[in-house]
Design a protein around this ligand. Structure first.
Ligand code: SF4
Ligand code: SF4
Length: 136
C-alpha cells in the first residue's frame, strides 16, 4: 500500500519519472566535469560571465576545457586532495539536490561510479500499456 501511494505521489504530485536511490560515496566526480545549461549548454566565456551575475554558484566554477557539448567546468570549492567540498554545510541547493532527473533531460548522465541511481518509477511495460491505451 505504501509503495503504491509513494508511486502515485511521485508520478502525479511531484511529476517525477525516476526514484533516486543509493547514496553519495564522496568521490567528488560530479564537481569536476560540469556542463552548465542555461537555455542551451554554455559555449563561450562571454555567455558564462553573464551567467555568473545570476547566481553565486557560477562564480565557484572555472573553465577547464571545451568539447563538442560545450564549456567544461570544475568547481573551485572542491578540495582535490580529499575530494571533499570545502563549503559542504553551506553548499548551494543545486549541489544538495544532485542528482536530479533533470540531468537526463539536459542530455547528461550520472558521473561514473556515482553512488546514486535514478530508477524508472514505471516499468517499460507499464509505460507501453499507457501509451497503447491512448491510441485505442
Ligand atoms: S559547491 Fe561543493 S558540492 Fe557544489 S559543485 Fe562545488 S565542490 Fe561540489
Ligand atoms: S558523483 Fe555521486 S557519489 Fe560522487 S560525489 Fe557526486 S553525488 Fe557523490
Amino acid at each position: 500500500m505504501f509503495k503504491k501511494l509513494k508511486k502515485i505521489f511521485y508520478l502525479y504530485i511531484l511529476h517525477k519519472k525516476y526514484y533516486r536511490t543509493g547514496s553519495c560515496n564522496a568521490c567528488g566526480r560530479c564537481c569536476q566535469k560540469i556542463y552548465v545549461k542555461h537555455k542551451n549548454v554554455i559555449q563561450t566565456e562571454e555567455e558564462f560571465k553573464k551567467l555568473q551575475l545570476l547566481h553565486p554558484f557560477y562564480t565557484y566554477l572555472k573553465i577547464i576545457d571545451k568539447d563538442e557539448t560545450g564549456l567544461v567546468f570544475e568547481c573551485s570549492k572542491l578540495d582535490k586532495s580529499t575530494n571533499k567540498c570545502t563549503i559542504h554545510k553551506s553548499r548551494p541547493g543545486i549541489c544538495r539536490r544532485y542528482p536530479q532527473e533533470e540531468l537526463f533531460k539536459m542530455g547528461g548522465t550520472l558521473a561514473e561510479h556515482c553512488g546514486y541511481r535514478l530508477e524508472p518509477i514505471e516499468s517499460f511495460d507499464e509505460v507501453f500499456e499507457k501509451v497503447s491505451r491512448k491510441f485505442k
